[in-house]
Design a protein around this ligand. Structure first.
Ligand code: SAM
Ligand code: SF4
Length: 334
C-alpha cells in the first residue's frame, strides 16, 4: 500500500477551474440493465483490464494528496464490486486527512446488505437512482429489477443513518406520471430529489431520443400543481436547485442538453481501467494504469489530464443520431 503525505497543491484545469471532486468508477458491471444506460446484452471488461481494489485505493489516495476533497464511488453498480467494503474503509480513513467527504451512487439492489458497512466507513450521504415507484414500470425501465428490493435497500440506508438523495432520469412514455408520487415519497422520507435529462452516452440498442424529454417539459405538471422557487444552493455540481411549495424536498435539476452546465465543472472521473476522463461527454482520456503498474510518472499524467480538460461537453440528441460518445455512463462512472 502506498502511503502519501497530506495535500500540497490544488488541482486547477487549463480553464482555471478548481478540480476537487473525483468520481471513482469501481466496476463497469451491474445487476440492472436500465434502458437509457446499457444494452440488455452488454459486454463487460475482462478482469485483467480492471484495477484491483488496492490499485484503486492507491490511485484515489494519490488524488487526495493532490487536492481532491470529495470522492464519489460509482460504476456500473459499485455494490456489486467484490472488495468494495475494503475500498470504502480505506478511503473513509482519509476523511479528515485531506478528504472532506466520501459518497456513493447506487441502484439500491444490494444496499440492504451494505448500508451499515458504508456508515461505518464514514459515508454520510448517498445518491440512489430510482426512476419510478411503479413496480411494473421499474421492471420495464431496469429490464430485470424488483422495486421492492430497491425500496428495502433505501429503507436500510435510512436506518443506518445515511442521508439519501433520489436521482430520477426523466423518460417520456416511461415515468412522466411519476414526478408527483416521487416528490411525495421523498417528502415522507426526508429525501431530496434530483431530476436528470437522458444523455447520449453509449449504444443502448434502442433510440434514446424516443424517451428524451427536456426537464422544463417534465416538470410542467408539477409547476401547474405547485409553485417552485429557485434557491441559492450550490454544490459545485451541475444541478440547479429549487424549493417546492408545501414540500420539504429540495428539487435539483440536471439539464446537460437543454441548458449546458460546464462553466463551473469541478470534477474528473477515474474509470475501473485506470483512465482519467476529463469530461463525461468527450472521449479524451489519459491512462494511469500502465504508469501505476510500472512505477511511471502518475502525477505528471494527472497534470496532463488537468491541462487537457475540455471547456464543455458536446451533447446533442437528434433523432437516430449516434451517441455523443461510444462509452456508456456505466463505464465512465455516472
Ligand atoms: N448503478 C448506479 C446507479 O444507477 O445509481 C451508479 C452508476 S449510474 C451510471 C449513475 C447515474 O447515471 C444514475 O443516476 C443513472 O440514472 C444515470 N445514468 C445512466 N445512464 C444515463 C444516461 N444515458 N443519461 C442520463 N443519466 C444516466
Ligand atoms: Fe446499472 Fe446504474 Fe446503469 Fe442502471 S443506471 S444499468 S443501475 S449502472
Amino acid at each position: 500500500m502506498v502511503m502519501l503525505s497530506p495535500p500540497t497543491d490544488a488541482l486547477t484545469d487549463g480553464h482555471g477551474r478548481r478540480i476537487d471532486y473525483l468520481r471513482l468508477s469501481v466496476t463497469d458491471r451491474c445487476d440492472l440493465r436500465c434502458r437509457y444506460c446499457m444494452a440488455e446484452d452488454m459486454t463487460f471488461l475482462p478482469r485483467s483490464a480492471v484495477l484491483s481494489i488496492e490499485e484503486m485505493g492507491d490511485l484515489a489516495a494519490r488524488f487526495v494528496a493532490r487536492g481532491i476533497r470529495r470522492i464519489r464511488l460509482t460504476g456500473g453498480e459499485p455494490l456489486v464490486r467484490r472488495g468494495i467494503d475494503t475500498l470504502a474503509m480505506r478511503l473513509g480513513a482519509l476523511i479528515g486527512h485531506g478528504l472532506d467527504e466520501l459518497t456513493l451512487t447506487t441502484n439500491a439492489m444490494r444496499l440492504a446488505d451494505h448500508a451499515p458497512m458504508l456508515a461505518d466507513a464514514g459515508v454520510r450521504r448517498i445518491n440512489v437512482s430510482l426512476d419510478t415507484l411503479d413496480a411494473a414500470a421499474f421492471r420495464n425501465i431496469t429490464r430485470v429489477g424488483d422495486l421492492a428490493i430497491a425500496l428495502r435497500g433505501i429503507e436500510a440506508a435510512r436506518a443506518a443513518g445515511l442521508a439519501v438523495k433520489i436521482n430520477m432520469v426523466a423518460l417520456t412514455g416511461l415515468n412522466e406520471d411519476q414526478l408527483l408520487p416521487m416528490l411525495d415519497y421523498c417528502a415522507a422520507n426526508s429525501f431530496d430529489l434530483t431530476l436528470i435529462e437522458t444523455m447520449p452516452l453509449g449504444e443502448v440498442a434502442e433510440d434514446r431520443s424516443d424517451h428524451y424529454i427536456p426537464l422544463h417539459q417534465f416538470i410542467a405538471p408539477l409547476r401547474a400543481a405547485r409553485n417552485i422557487f429557485p434557491i441559492d444552493k450550490r454544490t459545485g455540481g451541475p444541478a440547479r436547485y429549487f424549493a417546492v411549495e408545501d414540500s420539504p424536498v429540495t428539487l435539483g435539476l440536471i439539464t446537460p442538453l437543454s441548458d449546458n452546465f460546464c462553466a463551473t465543472c469541478n470534477r474528473i472521473r477515474l474509470t475501473v481501467e485506470g483512465r482519467i476522463y476529463m469530461c463525461l461527454g468527450q472521449d479524451d482520456h489519459i491512462d494511469l494504469r500502465a504508469a501505476l503498474r510500472d512505477g511511471g510518472d502518475v502525477d505528471g499524467l494527472i497534470d496532463a489530464a488537468l491541462a487537457g480538460k475540455p471547456r464543455a461537453h458536446d451533447f446533442h440528441i437528434e433523432r437516430k443520431s449516434r451517441p455523443a460518445v461510444a462509452r456508456h455512463m456505466s463505464a465512465t462512472g455516472g
